[in-house]
Design a protein around this ligand. Structure first.
Ligand SMILES: [Zn+2]
Length: 478
């Protein structure tokens, strides 16, 4: 007699991501009970074995694990486009806007980013944000998986706006204390919430933005609570300059000397890491968050992910912030990662399609410490999956012999718009591109409204005269 399940997905080009490749299964099927996968196999067998409450016919579709975005700053979706194409994106692009962001604008940004990411197939979002009221609720409501990292730093109110390049950041012990307390409140509320769908990390923004004593205190608390640290590491010449001025040491050596370099540290960017520093971090077991689009646009640099992987390190992909990367789409990151590295090394064999797909799924999950729960379609794992229409003019044709074209076409021709349906923890949260858990049109309208309000506030702030893009504006280039 057939066993009952909640959901059966049939007739898919199944990319399970099991094993060391993409784990392809022709005419593949999945059975879901509750929040978990209970069977993965051939359609002919699973259709016999199970009676389902709901059946999804995935003919002409690829079905794969939901994409994992290990590093985002969702609030900055509200200032998408204010900080690209300039030499000092943070102080002369983002900072004059960021200081006028209130909780409503932040929430509108997070929601906009969640909609954008869902519609491009991202089911797990690693969000690094200065906490504001209602942040975690955005994810609870949307039904996606989130890892919340509340930003910790000891920068005084007003942040870095107004500082000249090369000025040592003023660190404020009291601001650090408040920021740690606010972060711990988020972890208390959200770690393991929504049946484990929401988890947390502790995020010292950068080793240059908090004093050593408080940094070590945060590390100690993270260890006590079993949380990972999520830190920007060697993220720019600004940071290295600050570290050398303050400690006489570059960031990777500083982390190693303070015993912070291990598999519980998610190291973001490594933009400025030398070969030796890259090896040091990879060999320590600390995973890397690679943000190809963001670092390409704001710094013009390809981070050392290839070398990091050659040294045995785990690399996940992050879309970072929309003020500079302009989009939060892992399809985009997979393609850019493959492309940028081929160009950097002048070798088309570097970072093939299957490899970046692994970074966008199973490796991203491992980088976040969630590899035993998500990232591949395996019995016992969470049912986080996306159904991607491949019967589209940009992806067709798909042939199977003598070589299969599915994965290269998805990576180099896919845009994310082909994602039709999304399941997170066994629940359908998007169907035929309609998000079922929130109103997309309301999210879009609110984002536009809040962005216009910020624009007005920044225009009235004399600091806006420092915006690097003003000259392009005046020259009729924007
Ligand atoms: Zn970041």
């Amino acid at each position: 007699m057939a066993q009952s399940v909640d959901l059966l997905v049939l007739h898919a080009h199944l990319l399970t991501m099991q094993g060391n490749g993409v784990g392809y299964l022709r005419d593949g099927a999945l059975a879901v009970r509750g929040d978990s996968l209970v069977d993965v196999g051939r359609s002919s067998e699973l259709a016999q074995r199970y009676q389902a409450t709901e059946t999804l016919d995935a003919t002409n579709c690829a079905v794969m694990p939901g994409l994992v975005d290990v590093h985002m700053h969702t609030v900055y979706a509200i200032v998408r486009g204010v900080a690209q194409d300039v030499s000092n994106w943070m102080q002369k692009g983002l900072a004059p806007f960021a200081r006028h962001m209130d909780a409503e604008a932040a929430r509108a940004g997070t929601r906009l980013n969640i909609v954008e990411a869902m519609q491009a197939g991202t089911t797990t979002m690693g969000d690094f944000v200065r906490p504001y009221p209602g942040w975690g609720e955005c994810y609870a409501e949307a039904g996606v998986r989130a890892c919340l990292t509340p930003t910790i730093n000891a920068l005084p109110p007003g942040g870095m706006a107004g500082l000249e390049l090369g000025d040592l950041y003023p660190l404020d012990e009291k601001a650090g204390r408040e920021s740690i307390a606010a972060a711990l409140a988020i972890c208390d509320r959200w770690q393991g919430a929504e049946d484990g769908r929401i988890t947390t990390m502790l995020g010292p923004q950068g080793t240059d933005m908090i004093g050593l004593e408080q940094l070590l205190e945060v590390a100690r608390i993270a260890e006590e609570r079993g949380l990972m640290l999520h830190v920007h590491v060697a993220q720019g010449d600004r940071e290295i300059d600050q570290m050398v001025k303050r400690y006489g040491q570059r960031t990777p050596a500083f982390l190693a000397d303070n015993k912070l370099l291990n598999d519980r540290l998610l190291a973001v960017h490594l933009t400025e890491a030398t070969d030796e520093e890259t090896d040091l971090i990879a060999e320590s077991g600390a995973p890397m968050a690679l943000c190809s689009g963001s670092i390409g646009i704001i710094d013009g640099i390809v981070p050392p992910a290839r070398r990091f992987r050659e040294k045995g390190g785990i690399v996940g992909l992050g879309s970072d912030q929309a003020s500079g990367n302009n989009c939060n789409n892992i399809f985009n990151e997979m393609k850019l990662t493959a492309l940028f590295n081929k160009i950097k090394y002048r070798d088309p064999q570097v970072m093939p399609a299957w490899e970046v797909l692994r970074m966008g799924t199973i490796e991203g999950a491992r980088a976040m410490g969630l590899g035993d729960r998500i990232g591949s379609l395996e019995v016992g794992k969470q049912a986080d999956l996306i159904v991607v229409d491949v019967n589209t003019a940009n992806i067709l044709p798909i042939i199977d012999a003598p070589v299969r074209t599915l994965v290269p076409n998805l990576i180099y021709a896919g845009t994310g718009k082909e994602v039709q349906t999304m399941v997170v923890a066994g629940r359908i949260v998007m169907r035929d591109r309609e998000i079922l858990t929130l109103s997309e049109s309301k999210v879009r309208a609110e984002a536009q409204h809040q962005a216009e309000l910020i624009g007005e506030r920044v225009s009235q702030d004399p600091l806006h005269r420092e915006l690097a893009l003003l000259s392009a504006m005046q020259a009729g280039q924007l």
